[in-house]
Ligand binder design. Structure first.
Ligand SMILES: NC(=O)c1ccc[n+]([C@@H]2O[C@H](COP(=O)([O-])OP(=O)(O)OC[C@H]3O[C@@H](n4cnc5c(N)ncnc54)[C@H](O)[C@@H]3O)[C@@H](O)[C@H]2O)c1
Length: 249
């Protein structure tokens, strides 16, 4: 059985990813900041019959993160699969943004991905983990292609997520670990509350996409399922765009 860590599992896309990996037969180790959202995801995942650990933590806290990964190995099994999904996206004009705010974004979206990959990667080398099960997926963002006003720190971390993906795919491939990224377009999630008029934003999204409807979190999760499963056994270092044909690379 695979053991998958999903960060940000209380969020819209993290929840869909956790549910899909449970349906794929994974045991799940879920994290998010403390709150009801994580518990709700854990309950949904349990309804798939999956074994679940739900650990509320701040992934910028090194000690909490270390304890979590140790607990996963002890209570479930060594990690086979990591989905780096947690992120923050404060909207602040670049020229006004305090450097402390930038540091926060960096600590969650970039340093957090790096450290989770390191802790998960070490466990993936456990002899109990089959070569073909060793996978990481980093969630990037369409914003890294064209930029996005008032989100410079976030956009920069998302570009970094794809660079980290390639670097880790190169370094860890010889040990059988595959590392890929998924770059979501705009999904109708709570994240859209950052816009003054979410309905107008939704119309703009559909105008820009080639496919004339909004995507669903389940459609994003399906691509994560592919990249963490056996059908992508020869795929590593890639970023798959899931955006209804908004940006084509
Ligand atoms: N929703 C979209 O349309 C969209 C588009 C492009 C990229 N993405 C990316 O997809 C991923 C998920 O986005 P979402 O829309 O589900 O966002 P979301 O805000 O619903 O989920 C993110 C989760 O990360 C958690 N988190 C934040 N800081 C944390 C910390 N310090 N420690 C632990 N957990 C923390 C939040 O509590 C939240 O539950 C993110 O990486 C985001 O950048 C989303």
């Amino acid at each position: 059985m695979r053991t998958a860590v999903v960060t940000g599992a209380g969020g819209s896309l993290g929840r869909a990813i956790a549910q899909r990996l449970a349906a794929d037969g994974c045991a799940l180790a879920l994290t998010d900041l403390p709150g009801d959202a994580l518990d709700e995801t854990a309950a949904l995942v349990r309804s798939h019959g999956a074994q679940v650990i739900a650990a509320p933590l701040d992934l910028t806290d090194d000690a909490e993160l270390d304890t979590f990964f140790t607990r996963v190995a002890d209570e479930l099994a060594p990690v086979t699969t990591l989905v780096n999904n947690a992120a923050i996206y404060p909207t602040v004009a670049f020229l006004e943004m305090p450097v402390e705010k930038y540091d926060e974004v960096h600590r969650v979206n970039q340093r957090g991905y790096w450290r989770c990959a390191q802790l998960a990667g070490r466990q993936m080398l456990d002899p109990a983990v089959a070569d073909e099960q060793r996978t990481m997926v980093n969630i990037a963002s369409i914003t890294m292609h064209g930029g996005w006003a008032d989100l410079a720190a976030y956009v920069a971390t998302k570009g970094a997520a794809t660079s980290l993906t390639r670097a880790l795919a190169r370094e860890l491939g010889p040990q059988g670990i595959r590392v890929n990224a998924v770059s979501p377009g705009a999904f109708p999630t709570a994240a859209e509350e950052i816009y003054d008029d979410p309905e107008a934003y939704s119309r703009q999204v559909i105008e820009r996409q080639s496919l004339k409807r909004r995507g669903t979190p389940a459609e994003l999760a399906a691509v994560v399922s592919f990249l963490t499963g056996p059908d992508s056994a020869f795929v590593t270092g890639q970023t798959i765009e899931v955006n209804g044909g908004w940006v084509m690379t």
